[in-house]
Ligand binder design. Sequence first.
Ligand SMILES: [Zn+2]
Length: 802
Amino acid sequence: MKALALALLALGASAFAEEKYAPMHRLTWDEYAGTLSHWRKTYPKLVAIETREMSGLTMPVFLLKITDGSVPDADKQVCLITTLHCGPERSGATGALALTEWLLGDDPLAVETRRRQIVLVMPIVNPLAMFHTDRFRNEHGVDPYTGLAPDGKRWDVKALALRKPEEAPELAAVLSVIDEYKPEVHADLHGTGLQEYALDQLGARRMYQGQILTEITGSAYSNYALRPWDWRVTEEMIAAGRDAGFPSDRFEADAQRTFTGPELAPLGAKLWHGAPLFYSAHYGYAKYHTMILTQEVAWEQSVVARMQGLLRIGNAPWGEERTAGYPVNRVKHFIGHFVTAYGSTAAKRRASRVELWEKQNGFVLGLLYPQTDGRDSFVLATSAAAKTAAASDATIERFRQTGPELKLTMDQTTPAPEGAKIEHGIGFRLRLPYRSPAKLAVQLNGTPLAQSAKDGFESWFADGFTQVQVNVPPAKAAATDLFFVSCTYEPDEKRTTGWMPPAAVQAQNATAKADATPATFTDVAYGAHFRQTMDVWLTPSPRPAPVVFYIHGGGWGAQDKTDIHQHLDLRGLLDAGISVASINYRFLADANAAQVSPPLQWPLHDAARALQFLRAHAAAWHLDKARIAASGVSAGGCSSLWLAMHDDMADPRSADPIARESTRVIFTATKAPQPSLDPQQLVEWIPNSNYGGHAFGYVGKTRPETFAPFLANRERHLADLRLYSPIAHASADDPPAFVICPKQDKPPVKGESQTDSSHSAVLGLMLQATLQPLGIKCELRYENDGLPGEPSLQEALLRALK
Ligand SMILES: [Zn+2]
């Protein structure tokens, strides 16, 4: 009983398997040839059938040409459908037959497609494989899809030639069709198969119901390079399949992986496994700019649906285009500008496309740079002479001079042009980033163009751009080797660029004042280090102008030359006939890194050098060398006082003309400066002093942390203090000084601790006590000093220099 039950169970399972996975009908040669013959007889005006080559000596490789014979061919798109892998991938071939059946029928899309297109179908490229061997290869061992043969790949990719084509008649048949028709699109259909198994392993399982594969649209799993260049084409096909109930895989998108490639090898397993290889379907792309695609087919009705999605594209204008057909007319590009096919019919555009595609290797493209609002340009040189001439072409130069562009930039990736004349006309596509620009004017080589699809330009809004298509007819195109398309327009929308920081930050940085008074020269280098630069504002004065020489604060380790706007009103100075320079200088950290000791000498010597550099440019910049005042805040004030009190550092015998210039100034106006850096002196003036250790090489997190060892080791620094502490240089020939300490919170008294010991008015008081006995005027102002007026650096500088 037990045995019987088990036997019955086994029988039941087997019956289920037989029912669900029953053998599928295996198409015979006679059925295939008979079907084609039947179609030819039934639809004589719709289909023509040719034999292109013989497979296995006796089986023709058929080509079906499907189109409405009552409509002239001149304006028809050409779509080629092949099955380069048929044999074991049977569903691709039977899918092509199902598609043909639909194409010959009454469906309105089929009728429309026959009117607008020539659909070339090679349903069974490799009949030997399909009907006899179930292998990929033909009788000579050549796989038409890959070009692989026992002696290696048959493709010479550079020459686009097949070695021993007589041994690959099936593939030669496909290539002959591509050469004859130069199709707009070539779809190669693949499918499921049992190719892993030898014939004697297959037995009855040559094909059975239920063998499927994950369908993919646009690409094969074996070679991701065989796909439409425009993913929108693929998406339309996917949508058509999905609407019919057949979902598609989207290769790397669904796998969520980016491509692989030789340089990415170390990332190996993290990349998408598809790889770009040269397979036979690349032939049409390489020779004729044919859009190629492959499909994996599990169900015939799925590929019929997805191919309907493709064929529909060929019947109507694509995307941003105006003429019906597949998106194949752009043959060369440079930064979003395109060379396009020319022609009023599909056949003329095809001839132009193929010609330009062939010659584009020698086209050099360019445009005026930077790209500028309200203007666009596009240059094509088709000869080496034209490429050279473009650099100095008068028309291009004239246009450039009407705008702010700096130069003509040419694509450097193109090899030397070959000087080929263009016979079939040419087009150019520019795209303006506005919906309805006003006063659109387009010129070709300086001659205004009229609106014309034949000889002129067209413009329309599509895909977010105003598309500008320039059409150059054959006679005009053949007459020149340099094409310069220029375009001007007024944008219908004002778009500004330049992100602005929050209002509070702008207020703190005097951003509005800075923007309102741009420097005449920015980042003028006075030394080799990136910090050795200055900004210069020149006043338009008839006489050589006096100068404010400004040194920013920040403890010689922070801020930059733009902080001048927080302390001075440059517009006011310029209006008063005063020119201004504001400098950057090397920081203490830069000097420490270079092991310069004490580090302070770098910012101080940079200030001196920058001042000499400014004087050396006095003639060029119309400056009065004899009327230069130094100004600065905090550490910048210290540097200013050091310059003012130091003897002239000019070296009259130097070979360097800049070094021969004077470092003297006639006045200083400083805010909260440090007149002394001697730690002993500082604690005598202000007991809680802590400033200066960092300037002599002490590194720490806080000023007190660096000051204590500085004070303790003072003896070691005496020589340096004599060199770099400003008042160590005080003498009777020093210029008058103005010092302001705006944040002083109590009357300044020597020997009292201060809230801000580094910026206290006591420091100004001590400067005054040093200079006044020498007969030098030193004005000190601070908050609530009881004196009249509203003192400022600005006012002091105006008084001194005006
Ligand atoms: Zn395949």
